[in-house]
Design a protein around this ligand. Structure first.
Ligand SMILES: Cc1cc2nc3c(=O)[nH]c(=O)nc-3n(C[C@H](O)[C@H](O)[C@H](O)COP(=O)(O)O)c2cc1C
Length: 240
């Protein structure tokens, strides 16, 4: 299956075969990540594929491998990480490998060699124990007119994107020239404490889906003076 079709099939996997992935598969994953498109090429980032022993999570389940992601703290670095690693999520799921972004976890007994990069998030990976895919009617997602100023099928790839606790914190507006502005929905103060960083990752994830579905025309940029909208934070503009 190609990456675009995978958008409408994938789901977070929380039950894994204990067996590790083959070395060749791990090498293919590294190769894919190293060639993924960046949203902001000014930001240095890195990752490490770690075994279960090097991970601490609040989850009751385990995966044979986890990808720990690190980045320089600069500009839209959370969004950049979401953008890069959601391409990897789709790649793995297209190859029959399960994944789950995990906000509630971190590496243990592992130091990133680059002190300028801080730990961002982990993603579990491995062979799924049950079904990898689901049917389109099994997705729980907001409708197209809830996530945009006007319902637009071109935004469907973003509509189906995964997000922290399925918060789907994205809102899109249309510009007269055919481009779009992306906003992140402000959550209540208490939830915002936890979700602020994850929701920034989420907007990068949604952009990754739009990129994968529009590889040739996708272009992302930040406006100097974006329109201010109540209850929303500006998170970039794009053409698709
Ligand atoms: C930034 C981020 C953090 C997440 N953290 C967790 C987590 O800690 N534990 C977990 O089980 N799922 C986690 N998820 C998975 C979401 O709960 C899941 O993507 C969402 O409910 C939509 O479901 P789906 O991915 O199956 O479509 C996270 C997802 C994202 C994008």
């Amino acid at each position: 299956m190609n990456l675009e079709d995978t958008i409408y099939k994938r789901q977070s996997i929380r039950s894994y075969d204990d067996a590790p992935l083959e070395k060749q598969t791990l090498d293919e994953i590294r190769d894919f990540i190293d060639n993924a498109k960046e949203l902001n090429p000014n930001i240095k980032w890195s990752y490490e594929i770690l075994p279960t022993e090097n991970i601490s999570t609040m989850m009751r389940w385990k995966a044979p491998h986890y990808i720990a992601i690190f980045s320089e703290e600069k500009e839209n670095y959370y969004q950049n990480v979401g953008f890069i690693f959601q391409q990897m999520d789709l790649f793995l799921q297209s190859k029959g490998i399960g994944t789950c972004w995990i906000g509630m976890g971190n590496p243990k007994n592992f130091e990133n060699p680059d002190n300028d990069q801080k730990f961002i998030i982990i993603i579990s990976i491995g062979k799924p124990k049950g079904n990898l895919y689901r049917e389109i009617d099994q997705f729980r997602r907001k409708s197209l007119d809830e996530i945009s100023d006007k319902a637009d099928e071109k935004l469907a790839p973003a509509q189906f994107a995964p997000s922290a606790s399925n918060t789907q914190p994205w809102y899109f507006t249309h510009n007269d020239d055919g481009s779009y502005d992306l906003y992140r929905v402000k959550l209540g103060r208490l939830r915002n404490r936890f979700y602020k960083k994850w929701n920034q990752i989420d907007t990068g994830i949604a952009l990754a889906h739009l990129y994968v579905a529009n590889e040739d025309s996708f272009r992302f940029y930040m406006k100097d003076n974006p329109k201010e909208l109540k209850g929303l934070f500006y998170a970039g503009s794009f053409e698709i």
